[in-house]
Design a protein around this ligand. Structure first.
Ligand code: F6R
Length: 369
């Protein structure tokens, strides 16, 4: 059942191109129109939406953070993201024109479910993005978009995260389409690029082996820091979360621009810092800023592990370890940049002798508040 792998997690990482393709299947037409019929929200409902609020926990929350960048850029609708356990205890402002998007792999996380109930009581409409058919959160929501990752057995979310990203992109692009948008051409181009993401992930998997040796070489580190910017910031957070839960290591992510406001004081000789470098396309400024951050931390002794687009010569001189990923549009980059981080955490945990499918103290679905 593990398909020849020692752990479900290894199998589930490799299944990601298929999981993504299955999630996009039937939803993206050849002419670039999106069909999300099963979502049960009418175009009229979506045209009325004045605010989007995304609620989720853990890895699903990181997917939500990435969705915010995409949705605000494509749809020009204000979008907030919040961990579900914080959301409902602070009197959030919601009404009929608020679209709440609840992201939950299992559809059973109690924190997210309680937030969904609260949002509906306040009159908001709730769209669930979920991987488990007929689970509680989609049953209690107004609409659902299922990810088609197939069952995920490993406790750490991998393929379900990539498919949540795909679902979030689909929702954002669909909203932009039904609302009519000044970037109409850009929307169609991105839809085409999204359809090619399964192949891009396949390329990452074909070249990711050196990350395993790198991870093993860091098995004795006390701390690993992660830096990212723009959509790379939630990716860095996801990389840190994977390392905590699987390798039981101290790992922390920072927005690269925040370094100089404090965290740079942590940098000392030999400290491993993983940096997710933004695409050069369209976001050249961010790319250049992060290259200076890499220089700054390296000058202070950090061992830099740099995840960057293939052919990015600007980062090469400052990377102690360079992990290349395919060049894809900025907003879609998390789909490819997350994969080496999953492999990194998984391999490091295995090097420590941990059970990556059943990390200590964790459960696959958290049905208590
Ligand atoms: C991380 C992980 C957890 C879940 C979180 C939310 O690898 O698995 O952080 O992402 O418990 O779970 P769902 O998405 O089922 O609501």
């Amino acid at each position: 059942e593990k398909g020849g792998y020692d752990y479900f997690m290894l199998k589930e990482i490799v299944e990601q191109p298929r999981a993504l393709a299955d999630t996009l299947l039937g939803r993206v037409a050849a002419d670039g129109t999106l069909t999300l019929d099963e979502m049960r929200l009418t175009p009229a409902d979506l045209r009325e939406t004045s605010k989007i609020v995304i609620i989720a926990c853990g890895t699903s929350y990181h997917a939500g953070m990435i969705a915010k960048y995409a949705v605000e850029h494509w749809c020009r609708i204000p979008c907030e993201v919040e961990v579900a356990s914080e959301f409902r205890y602070r009197d959030p402002i919601l009404d009929r024109r608020t679209l709440v998007i609840a992201i939950s792999q299992s559809g059973e996380s109690m924190d997210t479910l309680m937030a969904v109930r609260y949002a509906r009581e306040q009159g908001a409409r709730v769209l669930a993005i979920c991987n488990v058919n007929g689970s509680t959160i989609p049953r209690e929501s107004d609409a659902v978009l299922y990810t088609h990752a197939g069952p995920e057995v490993g406790v750490a979310a991998t393929k379900t995260f990539l498919t949540q990203l795909a679902a979030c992109y689909l929702v954002g692009l669909y909203l932009a389409q039904v609302r009519g948008h000044k970037f109409g051409d850009e929307i169609n181009t991105v839809i085409g690029q999204l359809a090619h993401m399964p192949e891009q992930v396949e390329k990452v998997l074909d070249t990711v082996d050196p990350v395993r040796a790198l991870a093993r070489s860091l098995a004795d580190a006390d701390t690993v820091l992660f830096l990212g910017r723009h959509v790379g910031y939630p990716v860095a957070m996801e990389g840190a979360l994977k390392l905590k839960e699987l390798a039981y290591m101290h790992a922390e992510a920072f927005a690269a621009g925040e370094l100089k406001h404090g965290p740079i004081a942590l940098i000392e000789d030999g400290l491993p810092v993983v940096v997710v470098v933004p695409s050069r396309e369209g976001r050249g400024v961010l790319h250049d800023k992060i290259v200076s951050n890499i220089q700054e931390i390296r000058a202070r002794g950090a061992r830099t592990v740099v995840i960057a687009e293939e052919g990015d010569e600007a980062v090469r001189p400052f990377a102690d370890e360079l992990v290349e990923i395919p060049a894809v549009p900025t907003l879609l980059q998390p789909i490819v940049s997350t994969v080496p981080l999953q492999v990194f955490a998984c391999e490091l945990a295995l090097a420590k002798g941990n059970d990556v499918d059943q990390p200590r103290n964790l459960a696959k679905s958290v049905t208590v508040e």
